[in-house]
Design a protein around this ligand. Structure first.
Ligand SMILES: Nc1ncnc2c1ncn2[C@@H]1O[C@H](COP(=O)(O)OP(=O)(O)OP(=O)(O)O)[C@@H](O)[C@H]1O
Ligand SMILES: [Mg+2]
Length: 476
């Protein structure tokens, strides 16, 4: 049974939301990845600025070697311009100290060595400042003049650096959000117009079309675009057009079938009346009538048989199988009786299906299939009496991991070429005088309704038909 059509997703579910979520997530992740080196860089240049004041102080101390000779106002100005508590200049085993008057030297300091240049140390340093830098004292260490013999150290509070870094981080976060939003909106607009809107259109069309496939107005009008969506639309339109004409054809055929069934029904009744008359005619004494009557009776019998099987064919297709436990060996025996094989004067019937085999199938329908197949074999022998030395029909059973097979084979004349060409096609497969060509077509339909297959296996002598059912059919 076809599933209920699903409603289209609203604006907050479906493809568009998934798309926006992905875009924003990717941009924010990229933002975080870029943020770390950026903030480390920010810290580096901040520290380098402060160190530069220390280097200026070192230049001054190079010129005036005696610290005491420097006026305190100059020292204070130098230190204040860097926001530093003290500057130390070490050279040639000596160190000189510049401090703000009265400032206390902290015992614990965190070292920021500007001579270390590897990125990982810098990023770790930046994270350390951000997370724990509040209130600490920092000792910035660097070369005084690019050579290793002079070292300058600047002591200062880490708090202003941390505040600066926080402000910088906020700016970056804001910027990333703006970029994410702008990109997401731009991409969303683009993708909505070029992909999501057409996909929604196709989806809505498919949902609507499935509910009324016989309405030609619902066939999608493809847009003139050459990409995958354009192809999908054109293919869909072609498929819907095909389906539309197939359905229309099927309806016409069904209507015709109904008409044929009605005509056929009346025909059968008329023929039955004629049969009654012919029976009475047969009792007349006239020798001419006596000679012709039997032929008239058989002709009428055939015509009625034909009308009846056409009626049956119309009725058959409508009923789905009603499965139940079936003893396969027994069913084959019963079918052989019905097909007139039990006690047949010439044909030997061999049933090799195991005794204890029970399958889950519609006994009535499966029986009809077997009767059809066995009757065909019998009729083939009878039409060619004497051509086969020891006529025999054998049924065997076999199974694999996923299928069970019941084989009906005979050593008779085999299928005439005309029958082979249209095998299993209703009204066309018959190559037998008086045959309607419905037997195999019906049999195949019945087996397929059971989820199985009916196949003709070509072989050099005789005919062989395999009834194949899914292994799940077997009960024990
Ligand atoms: N075992 C067989 N040996 C030889 N020919 C066969 C055998 N089974 C089927 N055929 C051929 O296949 C044809 C089609 O068989 P099918 O049962 O479909 O129709 P039918 O027997 O002619 O008519 P219906 O069964 O409707 O009365 C037969 O006419 C016959 O020529
Ligand atoms: Mg037949």
């Amino acid at each position: 049974m076809a599933a209920e059509p699903r409603a289209m997703p609203g604006p907050l579910s479906g493809l568009s939301v998934k798309l926006i979520t992905i875009i924003v997530a990717v941009i924010l992740t990229a933002g975080i990845v870029i943020y770390l080196p950026l903030v480390a860089n920010y810290r580096d240049s901040w520290l380098a600025d402060r160190l530069r004041v220390g280097i200026v102080a070192a230049r001054v101390l190079d010129a005036v070697p005696d610290v005491m000779a420097l006026p305190q106002t100059l020292t204070d100005r130098l230190l204040n311009s860097a926001g530093a508590k003290a500057i130390v200049y070490r050279r040639g085993g000596q160190s000189q100290l510049l401090t703000v008057e009265g400032v206390e030297m902290p015992k614990e300091v965190v070292v920021a060595d500007m001579r270390a240049t590897d990125p990982a140390t810098r990023i770790v340093g930046a994270l350390d400042t951000l997370l724990a830098g509040n209130g600490r004292t920092l000792r910035i260490v660097g070369d005084s003049d690019g050579t290793a013999d002079g070292v300058v150290e600047v002591l200062m509070s880490e708090t202003p650096l941390r505040l600066g870094m926080l402000a910088y981080s906020r700016n970056i976060a804001l910027l990333s959000l703006i970029i994410a939003a702008v990109t997401a909106i731009a991409l969303y607009v683009f993708v909505s117009r070029t992909f999501i809107a057409p996909i929604r259109r196709i989806t809505a069309n498919m949902v609507a079309y499935r509910q009324a496939p016989e309405n030609a107005n619902l066939i999608i009008q493809p847009e003139s675009r050459n990409d995958e969506i354009g192809i999908a639309e054109r293919e869909l339109a072609a498929m819907q057009t095909d389906l539309f004409s197939m359905l229309r054809q099927r309806r016409h055929l069904a209507d015709l079938g109904l008409a044929v069934a009605k005509i056929n029904h009346d025909l059968r009744n008329t023929l039955t009346s004629a049969q009654l008359l012919s029976d009475q005619v047969a009792t007349l004494d006239d020798p001419k009538v006596q000679r012709l009557a039997p032929r008239l009776v058989t002709t009428l019998d055939k015509a009625i048989g034909f009308a009846q099987s056409v009626l049956d064919y119309g009725r058959q297709s409508a009923t789905p199988p009603k499965p139940g436990p079936v003893d396969l060996h027994l069913l084959v025996d019963e079918s052989a009786i019905e097909a007139g094989l039990m006690g047949h004067p010439e044909i030997r019937f061999i049933n090799e299906v195991p005794d204890d085999l029970v399958i889950n199938a519609d006994a009535d329908q499966l029986g009809r299939v077997f009767v059809n197949l066995l009757k065909n074999a019998r009729q083939a022998f009878e039409a060619n009496t004497g051509s086969t030395p020891a006529p025999a029909i054998t049924t065997t059973y076999s199974e694999t991991a996923d299928e069970l097979t019941l084989t009906i084979s005979d050593n008779g004349p085999g299928l005439p070429p005309r029958a082979k060409e249209n095998l299993f096609v209703a009204f066309q497969g018959s190559a037998r005088a008086g045959g309607t060509g419905l037997g195999l077509a019906i049999a195949r339909e019945l087996i397929e309704a059971h989820g199985g297959k009916l196949v003709f296996v070509d072989q050099p002598k005789g005919a062989r038909f395999d009834v194949i059912l899914p292994i799940a059919t077997r009960l024990h």
